[in-house]
Write a protein that binds this ligand. Structure first.
Ligand code: NIG
Ligand code: FE
Length: 425
């Protein structure tokens, strides 16, 4: 299939974009892309590709913008129930960590998730996955962490793999048994850390080797935060996980600076995420590593907090910056990476070009898939979006809607553009 006549084709070619390189879009005016067997086999100008491949079936982009599929590198997609009542409490003045300490928050979702069967969990999660896909997310990372015991954590992992198998949304899983201390270990965080290290991690590895169909092992993530897991506990879990061959990620500096970003850099984690209260020293260490700094603007926005990731300092230090939704049933039920881009422009002061790079090629790097997705280059998977605009800056500029007309995943075309009001009766 030859997709042609894109007003702007944003290639994002050349690999992950560090520091001042962030926002290098590699625009081809009147661009075209050839897709064969789910992969990109040629990229160039419409005139050239139409001449070179005259017999290919055609998809006319008709002056729209063509970009790589958006990659969401930090989500908590699989859960049961909701926490609308907590949202109301937060608006009335209770804070997130107070609600969590009182047994709400993650523990509330844990209760609902533990009591949900695998099939129901898949069905609930699938609805959200479809909304994200329609909004242009073609690949996402998704964490467990609402089971908090071995059996229920593995059920979440099984739900994620089943959804990935079904597609079209591609899911890269993360095991996050250390998301919170479950009620049965209240006051005994070390006991729970021992369970994670001695029982859960080996069980997850064994389960994956038997059930994950040759996929690489999932990431292991820890919520390193005051009142949750401290830096020493995080280091301990990471050491065991790394010894078993798991790649690492971390929730760092969401509410307090505990030094987890530097730990992530030291241990060669794929990413350090949240990064709100991050010190200059931590930013510097991150920037000197291959660890991607992942900012989650929907979280402070959802908590109505005024403070966001110091993105300009990350860029000035030559760091690798990505953005993600953090979609979860607590502070950030956000299904749209387009909205994340809009927030990043306003609160991280990214240009639309920088935000798009942070949501594509750099987001792919944050999940160690930049060799396969995140840009429009020959050899890559054909994950593409056609936007109903002729200038890419409308991404970021506009918010609250959906600019995606067509989603192409591994060469398969999903056309959502025929939207017209049609009464049911
Ligand atoms: O990344 N901070 C920890 N985890 C999630 C929130 C999860 C929840 O509240 O359910 C986050 O923001
Ligand atoms: Fe998170």
């Amino acid at each position: 299939m030859l997709i042609h006549s894109a007003a702007q084709l944003l290639t994002l070619a050349g690999g992950p974009q560090r520091g001042s390189l962030l926002g290098t879009l590699g625009i081809i005016q009147d661009g075209a892309v050839l897709v064969q067997d789910g992969r990109i086999t040629a990229v160039g100008r419409t005139v050239d590709l139409l001449t070179a491949y005259p017999h290919e079936p055609q998809l006319d982009a008709d002056g729209r913008v063509l970009i790589p599929g958006l990659v969401d590198p930090h989500t908590h997609l699989v859960w049961a129930g909701d926490r609308a009542a907590e949202f109301e409490m937060r608006i009335q003045g209770k804070n997130y960590m107070e609600i969590m300490a009182a047994g709400g928050g993650i523990a509330a979702t844990m209760n609902a998730t533990r009591n949900t069967s695998l099939d129901e969990l898949i069905a609930e999660t699938r609805k959200r996955a479809e909304i994200l896909f329609r909004n242009g997310t073609t690949t996402l990372e998704a964490k467990t962490g609402y089971g908090l015991n071995t059996e229920s954590e593995i059920r979440q992992l099984a739900a994620l793999l089943a959804l990935d198998d079904k597609g079209p949304l591609e899911i890269v899983p993360t095991f996050m048994g250390a998301h919170a201390v479950p009620p049965e270990f209240k006051g005994n965080t070390d006991g729970y850390v021992a369970l994670v290290c001695e029982e859960m991690l080996p069980a997850v590895k064994e389960w994956c080797l038997a059930n994950a169909g040759g996929r690489p092992l999932p990431f292991v993530d820890v919520f390193c935060e005051a009142g949750v897991f401290d830096l020493a506990q995080t280091r301990h879990i990471f050491t065991v996980a790394q010894g078993l061959g798991f790649p690492l990620k971390v929730h760092a500096d969401e509410f307090e600076n505990l030094g987890a970003a530097s730990l992530a850099a030291e241990m060669d984690a794929a990413s350090a995420d949240h990064l709100v209260k991050t010190s200059f020293e931590d930013i510097h260490r991150l920037a000197q590593s291959e660890t991607v700094a992942v900012s989650l603007p929907p979280t402070p926005f959802g908590l109505a907090d005024g403070q966001y990731t110091p993105a300009q300092e990350i860029i000035a230090s030559d760091g690798l910056l990505a953005i993600a939704s953090d979609i979860n049933p607590g502070p950030a039920w956000c299904e749209s990476m387009q909205f994340v881009i809009a927030l990043a422009c306003r609160y991280l002061r990214l240009t639309p070009a920088q935000a798009i790079a942070a949501a594509t090629i750099n987001a792919a790097a944050a999940i160690q898939r930049a060799d396969r997705i995140g840009s429009i280059e020959v050899g890559k998977q054909a994950d593409l979006l056609l936007l109903a605009v002729d200038d890419y800056r409308h991404l970021g500029y506009r918010f609250g809607g959906n600019l995606v007309d067509v989603v192409i995943k591994r060469g398969q075309v999903f056309d959502f553009s025929l939207r017209f009001l049609k009464p049911v009766h």
